[in-house]
Design a protein around this ligand. Structure first.
Ligand SMILES: [Zn+2]
Length: 144
């Protein structure tokens, strides 16, 4: 089972709660301009909104984990994103130490994604749909 309309709606609601931003979820093969190849997920800023693009042809639990990772980028790295208005992955303004910056961004996003999933699991939620609904409705702090 891949992602469906219901899961997408839950992801958009969870992303709003977790990032404090309006986030659109796209199910299509993402392309990273930085890496020059297709990837499993990208996050970007467009017109003041977040866009998370997810490869749909994967197991749902993997799509979910990538979603959390990309949402973490939007939550933590928002001010680093260029508002390109174009699909195409994480783009950052800085031109120095880009590799080191990306390493720290990836480490932090992965850590945040694990934290969000662990919180949902601690609330006795086991399916992707249950976890997304719990994150969307009850994650502490809510919309910032
Ligand atoms: Zn990442």
């Amino acid at each position: 089972m891949g992602a469906n309309f219901y899961i997408r709606a839950l992801m958009e609601a969870a992303a709003k709660r977790l990032t404090g931003r309006h986030v659109e979820i796209l199910y299509q093969t993402p392309y990273s301009q930085r890496l020059g190849r297709a990837v499993n997920g990208t996050a970007q800023k467009s017109g003041g909104r977040g866009i998370i693009t997810l490869e749909p042809d994967r197991p749902l639990v993997d799509i979910y984990k990538t979603f959390l990772h990309e949402a973490a980028h939007l939550a933590a790295d928002w001010d680093r994103f260029e508002d390109s208005g174009q699909p195409g992955g994480v783009t950052v303004k800085v031109t120095y130490a880009v590799n080191q910056l990306h390493t720290s961004m990836e480490t932090r996003a992965e850590s945040q994604a694990h934290e969000w999933d662990a919180w949902a699991t601690s609330r006795q939620k086991t399916t992707v749909g249950e976890k997304l609904l719990e994150l969307a409705a009850c994650y502490p702090g809510g919309v910032r």
